[in-house]
Design a protein. Structure first.
Length: 94
């Protein structure tokens, strides 16, 4: 299996773009695992869930079988329409 089998459009990425993927996931992992000590069955609220670290945190939290709540700008809500997301948290109107 090659990376192209896993990620669509990776051929168009620059080296710098591709290099950010593990950094985002490692940051999310460090926050959820080492700092929060997130365990299966717990709940987590992920702020800025549509960014790189937020997307990594969503996937890692879902992998841990946690209840996931996510927050994002109204214009980014469609990105949060992913299976397993418990509820989108909507910020108050400004």
């Amino acid at each position: 299996m090659v990376v192209q089998d896993v990620v669509n459009g990776v051929d168009a990425w620059t080296f710098a773009q591709a290099a950010t993927v593990p950094v985002a996931f490692l940051t999310a992992y460090y926050g959820l695992h080492h700092l929060a000590d997130l365990k299966p069955g717990e709940s987590v609220l992920i702020h800025a869930a549509t960014g790189g670290v937020g997307q990594g945190a969503l996937q890692l939290a879902q992998h841990l079988n946690t209840t996931v709540y996510a927050e994002a700008r109204r214009t980014e809500w469609p990105v949060l329409a992913v299976p397993g997301l418990t509820q989108g948290v909507r910020p108050p109107p400004r």
